[in-house]
Write a protein that binds this ligand. Sequence first.
Ligand SMILES: [Zn+2]
Length: 305
Amino acid sequence: MATTPAAAQYVLNDALIEVRLPTGGWTPAPMPGTPIPTVSHSAGLLLGTPLPLGGSTLSITINFEGGLTPSQEAIFSSAKSAWEQVLRGYQPGISLTGPTIAATGVAIDGPGKVLGQAGPKVGWVESGYLVTYEGEMKFDTDDLAWMESTGVLEEVILHEMAHVLGFGTLWNLTLDGTLYNNVRPVAGQYTGANALNQYRLEFNQPAATYVPVELGGGAGTANSHWDEEDGGVALTGITQVGTGKDMAFELMTGWLDSPTFLSQTTLESFRDIGFTPVPEPAAAAGAFALGIVGLALWRRSSRSA
Ligand SMILES: [Zn+2]
């Protein structure tokens, strides 16, 4: 029997990724061919419809540390449950049960511009993986109300929570001289085997040698999202087999185009970095059938401001 390496914690560099409005403000900008939905937001499956999955051992702890209303906290809690249900737990040998995330509403920079910031703060190393031990999600108090009222808040929270869990933030990090989670060894190229294999099938890219990763958008966007046209201004032409959904609408591209869908490729990327996601796309889709939100073209951009 191999010896299980001891677990270790590492305080990570400040890797908070900002959520921003596009320059010039927030404008409903549906993708070509997408009907403009009404603003009758429905939290739908995220808020109250339990998934018939059960058995998840992943337990994300959200500590609400002020600045959020009960209804906003409820959206956080639903996002937490959704990720718990689809990621399920950790790979064998990882003794952590789940990260702790501090969630706050704080004044950042007034209405618009930066909407929020999120990322892992403390890492947990075990069995060769680096996963999140503690993370942080902060949203601008001047933006929370309208994000909630337009129905975008839950998508933003799901997206940002994925970053806290390691998507784009723990893809290759060197700690004490050891490189962990080396799934994006080259800029713009995700090569983690599980997500890459899934991408070839799910998006009919059999010859792909990597999943394209965003290079545009600045430091808080580049190399931490799936690739799409800069600014989310056009379809990618890469579509999900069976549904025809364009990659531009995937939850984890750099610009959030609604209605969002969660690809199995994203889920499998979490397998590459230590989780045990559900294998069936249909099951995953249930947790993230956000639908009907339909408004946003979000710029996730530089953290430098
Ligand atoms: Zn992002």
